[in-house]
Design a protein around this ligand. Sequence first.
Ligand code: HPA
Length: 297
Amino acid sequence: MLSMSKVVSGDSYEECQATADWLLSSTQVRPTVGIVCGSGLGGLADMLKDPQVFKYSDIPNFPRSTVHGHAGRLVFGTLKGKPCVCMQGRFHLYEGYPVQKITFPIRVFKLMGVETMILTNAAGALNQDYKVGDVMIIKDHINMPGFAGVNPLTGPNDERFGVRFPCMSDAYDRELQKLARDVVSELGYSDFMREGVYCSLGGPSFETIAECVMLHKLGADAVGMSTVQEVIVVRHSGMRCLALSLISNCSVMDYDSHEKANHEEVLETGRQRAEQLEKLVSEIVAKLERNNNSLTR
Ligand code: HPA
């Protein structure tokens, strides 16, 4: 029974280990930091020095990226001297993957030795104070698909990854959030930095006006279609994480508005703010080492 369901979901320990071993035998880099690039933010991967690039289609057991704006490559290299691995393109529920396939790379990262994950995404603002181009440090999330039973940890639990019932009240590492805030002020980015709650939906259709109003009332500041499944698996396997949303559009919250959410706007905002977001992430990575001793999981 255990092996059957794991064969179906495709994220067994053995499959993750086989992929991790294949990657480790194909690169000299031993990453301690993993980065996930959101829509339009693939440029983060181009910051890596001495990059070694693997197309997802060439990596055993890896899903393929099907979304415009997501390159579908795993990039190894160093960032500010730290060994990193970067997903240039992630997987989403709306692509039709079983949820465990979406988080498969995260488990592979863990087995390769990654300790810290930095996740980025593009999101729509529900908070009326937010503007397009703002960057939000995610302090917490609402996992809407989780309410309907869609959770990457559903099914038999393999204790080699983590415990059956992992805590999520500390999902977003507070020390890393503080580090991000410190770097934001050093770089003079405070004007466009926010901190808030990210709500993930299944997509791919954007939200209705009533849905946006409801999500905001429930306490969400921004809405998107990714990240929370990855964060759940990051925490399950004992890595720590920092997550950042680039606000690419303001959600339509009233019936007099003629605004319409669209994917091109999401990508265009990414292009405009990408340079500053890349700088922010690379400075955070640079300072991880300095803070490493005091940082706990
Ligand atoms: N809704 C959902 N996902 C998104 C949005 C949005 O408004 N913007 C970017 N990703």
